[in-house]
Design a protein around this ligand. Structure first.
Ligand code: SDX
Length: 399
């Protein structure tokens, strides 16, 4: 057996699989205290932002470090409105995908394709170009996300409506059709806005550190965002919201919960409680608290009765009194309740992680921008512990 701890002690590196205790960068955007369940964006608690702010206000805060005043906000949203359309050639790009493609596969493709439209007009060493890139991505991700959905159901793409809010415009592009007027429901608009804020940034999670790693070679930012989307898709990261709602639907009723709790605890069973546990939070994820509050609010305002919320709350109650979860500090995370709200809004399960990617784009691009602002574009190149063959003689194939 290779004693890697011994190995790394005698070398210039620390063996740290999953980078569990490695700080890959310095950042001023988001602060998390995992033991106390604290999440601050530029010093503002996530609860205050989610309950009171508009997503674009939070986007401005993440990108520029301060909250906008009304004039800043108006200018910021005005520029974003000028970039909500995507190139008509990009609309044709969708038609290369099968209709039943997973929307995250399509999103990965089309957001990377944005690089093809701007690479010859984008100089990443120019701050103005970097700022415009951030605004372009903020403006276009809702349009691309809604196009993924429309394409999957064979409906025509709906053009952005720039008089609507960011959340309202997204709901319009998702659910409106050319045949009849569409009125944005304010309850859904408020819920969508809150979901976007709760997913906006989360310091060095797997997808954000993927974007930073891709960007560290000076790569095209649109291609870096596609790399972030690829990492987010995994079921242990952003894909957990889709996996969690499927798990709650499979459990179906509270009397089946003990069976699934036992499966989750069984070392030989790969099943994990989706939406539970976190690499950093060893306390309740503050976003899950707001999500649960929003669940009750939205379901009540819409008059929706769903078994899913009952199952989720009973599952949480039982898990939080079970010593397996207690001794491992496993609590609900951002993905545990989000799916119930998204379902109530009418978002199909296959689009849940696309919503996460849409909302997280501002976090990804804020970190990309910070690397240039800090002048810390040092290529990421971790070490490894080699446990393969020592040098061997090469002989001819005939031999
Ligand atoms: C997100 O990093 C971020 O900030 C991510 C995120 C963001 O905003 O970007 O917050 C979003 O990705 C939230 C996490 C979504 N994923 C899930 O809900 C999937 C289910 N959770 C697990 O896969 C897990 O909890 C992780 C991946 C989230 C964290 O895994 P770690 O930190 O590598 O911890 P681990 O797998 O080593 O678990 C420690 C122990 C193990 O048991 P032992 O080996 O010690 O006996 O806890 C157990 C695990 O088996 N465990 C679970 C569990 N999560 C951990 N057991 C049952 N169910 C679970 N969900």
């Amino acid at each position: 057996a290779i004693d890697v701890q011994e190995l790394s002690k005698n070398h210039l590196f620390t063996f740290d699989p999953g980078l569990m205790s490695t700080a890959m960068c310095r950042s001023e955007i988001t602060y998390i205290d995992g033991d106390k369940g604290i999440l601050l964006h530029r010093g503002y608690p996530i609860h205050d932002l989610a309950m009171n702010a508009d997503y674009l206000e939070v986007a401005y805060l993440l990108l520029y470090g301060e909250r906008p005043d009304q004039k800043d906000y108006n200018e910021f949203t005005q520029v974003i409105r000028q970039h909500t359309l995507v190139h008509e050639q990009l609309s044709r790009f969708f038609h290369g995908f099968r209709r039943d493609s997973h929307p995250m596969a399509v999103m990965c493709g089309v957001s990377g394709a944005l690089a093809a439209f701007y690479h010859n007009v984008l100089d990443v060493s120019d701050e103005e170009h970097r700022n415009l890139t951030a605004l372009r991505l903020l403006a276009k991700m809702p349009t691309l996300a809604a196009m993924c959905y429309k394409y999957s159901i064979g409906h025509p793409f709906m053009f952005p409506q720039n008089h609507l809010s960011y959340a309202g415009n997204f709901l319009y592009m998702m659910f409106a059709t050319p045949c009849e007027p569409y009125q944005v429901n304010p309850v859904l608009e408020k819920a969508m806005n809150r979901i976007f804020i709760l997913h906006a940034d989360h310091e060095q999670n797997a997808s954000t550190s993927t974007v930073r790693t891709a960007a560290s070679s000076g790569s095209n930012p649109f291609a870096c965002i596609a790399a972030g989307i690829a990492s987010l898709w995994g079921p242990t990261h952003g894909g957990a919201n889709e996996a969690c709602i499927k798990m709650l639907e499979e459990i179906g009723s509270v009397d089946r919960i003990p069976e699934f709790i036992e499966k989750a605890k069984d070392k030989n069973d790969p099943f994990r409680l989706m939406g539970f546990g976190h690499r950093v939070y060893k306390n309740y994820d503050p976003r899950a608290k707001v999500m649960r509050e929003t669940c009750h609010e939205v379901l009540q305002e819409l008059g929706i009765k769903t078994q899913l919320l009952k199952v989720a709350m009973e599952l949480e109650r039982i898990a939080l009194t079970d010593e397996y979860f207690i001794e491992r500090n496993l609590y609900p995370n951002v993905d545990f309740y989000s799916g119930i709200i998204l379902k109530a809004i009418g978002i199909p399960v296959s689009m849940f992680t696309v919503i996460f990617a849409l909302a997280r784009t501002v976090g990804w691009i804020a970190h990309w921008k910070e690397m240039y602002d800090f002048g810390t574009l040092k290529i990421v190149r971790p070490r490894q512990v080699y446990t393969g063959h020592t040098q061997r003689e090469f002989n001819q194939l005939a031999e």
